[in-house]
Design a protein around this ligand. Structure first.
Ligand SMILES: N[C@@H](CCC(=O)N[C@@H](CS)C(=O)NCC(=O)O)C(=O)O
Length: 266
């Protein structure tokens, strides 16, 4: 009989009227439970809820959690040890990556952008994240690709290929110019903002200890700085973030080949 490890799986109950106060009462980040490893028993999943397979520090999984949080859609989180993946997780996603989502009676879905778009289309929630207009939708996806290539790609090259910070610094300047309004695609927070936010949130902590010292000089990127402040002022966005110390400790664990998704929980 599958056991229900109530401390390992956490249902995050949101609804339009109580979400923020409920969140504050609990005082926890959704998904704050330890990773499941290979050989573990599959937790009994809630037959009536959406389940997100995640890893606390994964920027891609954060995209799915951000969409659900800002829409105030209830979901459960099962965190996965990505260095020792449970067999039952690999059955759901043969690529073995998070985010993977599962709804009662439906085949699991994965790949963060596909998942984020699906969640917005499928769950009405409190807000619509993507525009209805086809061209505007496509344009927003183009913007995500641009920001990813300008910021995430050089950042990863610094960390894993010992490249200098030059491309990242130039990329950040270009992205600063892209920000012509309060948010990437208008006056309110939307798809582009949520999909690229995880990179900016981790910018300094990921770069720490990389080939070249990197400091996010706020005066050099005034629009990005103002946008980041706006993002963090949103309680649903803030709910998915961690302290710089936790991000740094996680990055360090990855670089040392001992990736630890349980930092702060042990
Ligand atoms: N393209 C994927 C990337 C997801 C991804 O790489 N997630 C990482 C964790 S941050 C992962 O699951 N890694 C496990 C693996 O690659 O084996 C997406 O957008 O969802």
């Amino acid at each position: 009989m599958p056991r229900y490890p109530s401390l390992q799986i956490q249902q995050v109950l949101f609804n339009s009227s109580t979400s923020r106060s409920a969140f504050r009462m609990v005082g926890q980040i959704p998904g704050e439970s330890k990773d499941f490893k290979a050989g573990s028993e599959m937790p009994k999943i809630n037959e009536n809820a959406l389940t997100v397979y995640s890893m606390r520090f994964c920027p891609y999984a954060e995209r799915a959690r951000l969409v659900l949080n800002v829409k105030h859609v209830p979901y459960d989180v099962i965190n996965i040890d990505l260095k020792s993946k449970p067999e039952w997780f690999l059955k759901r996603n043969p690529l073995g990556k998070v985010p993977t989502i599962e709804e009662p009676g439906k085949r699991p879905l994965f790949e963060s952008l596909i998942v984020a778009e699906y969640l917005d289309d499928q769950y009405k929630g409190d807000k619509k994240i993507l525009p209805a207009d086809h061209h505007e939708r496509a344009l927003q996806k183009v913007m995500i690709e641009l920001v990813t290539q300008k910021v995430n790609t050089p950042l990863m090259a610094m960390v894993y290929k010992n490249e200098s910070a030059d491309k990242l610094l130039k990329g950040l300047e270009e992205v600063d110019q892209m920000l012509t309004g309060d948010f990437f695609a208008g006056k309110t927070m939307g798809f582009v903002d949520l999909m690229v936010w995880p990179w900016f949130e981790r910018l300094e902590s990921i770069a720490e200890g990389s080939s070249e010292a990197f400091k996010f000089e706020e005066s050099r990127y005034p629009k990005i700085k103002a946008w980041m402040d706006r993002m963090l002022a949103d309680p649903d966005v803030k709910a998915t973030t961690y302290s710089k110390d936790d991000f740094v400790a996680f990055s360090k664990s990855v670089k040392e080949g001992k990736q630890n998704g349980n930092i702060g929980l042990e």
